[in-house]
Design a protein around this ligand. Sequence first.
Ligand SMILES: *Cc1c(COP(=O)(O)O)cnc(C)c1O
Ligand SMILES: [Zn+2]
Length: 425
Amino acid sequence: MSDTWQLCTSCGSEIPESDPHPRCPRCRGLLEVRHRPPAQGGAALRATFDARWGVRQGVLASGVWRYREAVLPSAPPQDVLCYPEGNTPLLTSPAVARWAGPTGLLLKHEGHNPTGSFKDRGMTVGVTQARRIGARAVACASTGNTAAALAAYAALGGLPALVLVPKGHVALGKLAQALAYGARTLLVRGNFDQCLELADQASDRLGVYLLNSVNPFRLEGQKTIVLELLQQLAWQPPDWIVVPAGNLGNTAAFGKALAEACEWGLIDRVPRLAAVQAEGAAPFALSFREGFARRHRVEPHTVATAIQIGNPVSYDRAVRAVRDTKGVVIAVTDDEILEAKAVVDGAGIGCEPASAAAIAGTRRLGRDGVIKAGERVVAILTGHVLKDPASVTYYHMERDPAPPHANRPVEIDPHLDDVERAMKR
Ligand SMILES: *Cc1c(COP(=O)(O)O)cnc(C)c1O
Ligand SMILES: [Zn+2]
């Protein structure tokens, strides 16, 4: 067996790293990428990562491939397809912290990736792997951001891409990206969960490499959100990491990243994970309240389209992540999400609605006494404000009555007096 392999988390089968099946070929269970622990762990591995911090060119300048020992150590640099991505900022904002509660709140802004969401971190690994195994084309189902990332990386690597999105439920910026980057784009008259099933079947029949979040290589890339934020904090873990949760790929990837970081001696204490869903799409929060006694499936409805998912595919992996980190799962309302978004946007930072769920969730957990005063919290802003321009114009221009943070534009005639009057208001 080489240093990296795939493990079925249902039946325990081990299959080679290069196997192209999206699920376990024996039982269709979810696969997980496993690495033999790097020869050097602890301080030596931290030093390796730290030495690459200032690299400006080539694969190691990527905020994903900087951690290549933890991502896909067998991929030679010349095979890696990257922009580079990652290297996203850890921001402070007194205004957001005041609204949300924790004084030292930090915002890890994944909207600063090449296509504007954290999906790039998974896709650089996924499309690299697709090319390594000789895939002729790549495909995914998506609520938008996965499609945008897949389309971009496939174009960068010269591979045809097929994306399936639920018609009418994809934010404009994301749909525009899929089209612009040249992916064959199918508007499916159905919901996301149906798109996912269809993509799964299509990959079987058409022999294209499936890059949904069932794909375990994408999760290896997404782990680097956690590794990078730990490194930005000089390897001193925060008390909490708060993340929006839809299909649960990130929740699962974060759990795996933290488990490995601990096992490999990068950190000596595991932060608690808080996964935040939208109330209208909260099957995972429902299960959490019952001690994960059973899995739920709901008909999802929320303004936060990126987390509008009723049957999350990475459920089992995410349960483990929450258990391993003494984590919590909560749901917040669409109104809380939109208010949080207005606060983040108004602070000059900006994010898409799903990302704001992390901020709304942070506030709720503080008020419920779960996050205690003085605890260090990192919230993940998963996507860029421009992903969903319609949600911004709707909030500020159309909602009636005007919501608390509405910034109504003022229409005027072309007279200086009108400008002056508008300024004074
Ligand atoms: C994909 C996505 C999510 C949800 O992440 P999961 O891994 O599916 O739970 C949240 N926010 C944004 C912006 C996304 O693109
Ligand atoms: Zn299996």
